[in-house]
Write a protein that binds this ligand. Structure first.
Ligand code: NAD
Length: 251
């Protein structure tokens, strides 16, 4: 498939994990990709692994000036902007009584404010050309998860943002959707295992056990869903959140 020929995609947090798998998938299908991540060198290394035209850009999605500069650079170096994937994320897990104000603020800043700032910067281009695709990374934790009051609130907040921007931007040919992954094996979940004092393989086994398909997600599983929602095959879908979780949230 070559669904993204002639398209430019900006993907945040794409130096590794789900973001990188998404960058690879879109690039394999013809997109020029801007890999945006905190560390410019890591972003550049990731971009260099992609087929086709790409650029690595160092930016902090929670900082408005940094976001505006990153989007402007992607447009200038890659010649436009058609797809935005708001994927950058962090965790600061703790039970409420131990969660600090900083734990709360950082998670809100990266996930929620980051998606707000990035989408605001991108929509100028999207509205002008009457075309754009936005995919936000929510999570199955949006439905509630012990030790993740901050993350859960941010990820459910992203679903509200997705629905609202679906309403506001639909008239301009812009689709806004979200993907809510279940357990996916990445450095983020590996770090959680280490924090809990568990072996990574055991943590992944438990992640697999928690859903009817009895398997844990790979970054490529999430990338496939993001690619679909970023493509013209999903032109009649907006404001939706697609759970990609092996059925973990079925009850
Ligand atoms: P990861 O930790 O492997 O990668 C996240 C990337 O985001 C890193 O490269 C990091 O440098 C970057 N990043 C962090 N803060 C940033 C900032 N302020 N500005 C720019 N970049 C920043 O994580 P992952 O597991 O690949 O997760 C990707 C997304 O998917 C996140 O939004 C995460 O919350 C969500 N998610 C992951 C899982 C999972 O099981 N792994 C499940 C549900 C949702």
């Amino acid at each position: 498939m070559n669904r993204f020929e002639g398209r430019v995609a900006v993907i945040t947090g794409a130096a590794r994990g789900i973001g990188f798998a998404t960058a690879a998938r879109l690039a394999e299908e013809g997109a020029a990709v801007a890999v945006v991540d905190l560390d410019e060198a890591a972003a550049g290394e990731a971009a260099a692994k992609l087929p086709g035209k790409s650029v690595g850009i160092g930016a902090d999605v929670s900082d408005a000036a940094s976001v505006d500069a990153a989007v402007a650079r992607a447009v200038e170096e890659l010649g436009g902007l058609h797809i935005l994937v708001n994927n950058a994320g962090v965790t600061r897990d703790n039970l409420l009584f131990k969660m600090t104000e900083q734990d709360w603020d950082v998670v809100m800043a990266v996930h929620l404010k980051g998606a707000f700032l990035m989408t605001k910067a991108a929509q100028k281009h999207f509205v002008e050309q009457r075309y754009g695709k936005v995919v936000n990374l929510s999570s199955m934790s949006a439905l509630g998860n012990r030790g993740q009051a901050n993350y859960s609130a941010a990820k459910m907040g992203l679903q509200g943002l997705t629905r609202t921007l679906g309403i506001e931007l639909g008239g301009f040919g812009i689709n806004v959707n979200a993907v809510a992954p279940g357990f996916v094996a990445t450095e983020m979940t590996d770090a959680t295992a280490v924090r809990l004092g568990m072996e990574i393989d055991e943590f992944r086994r438990l992640g697999a056990e928690g859903n009817p398909l009895k398997t844990f997600g790979k970054p490529e599983d999430i990338a496939a869903a993001i690619a679909f929602l970023s493509s013209d095959e999903a032109s009649y879908i907006t404001g939706q959140t697609l759970y990609v979780d092996g059925g973990a949230t079925l009850g």
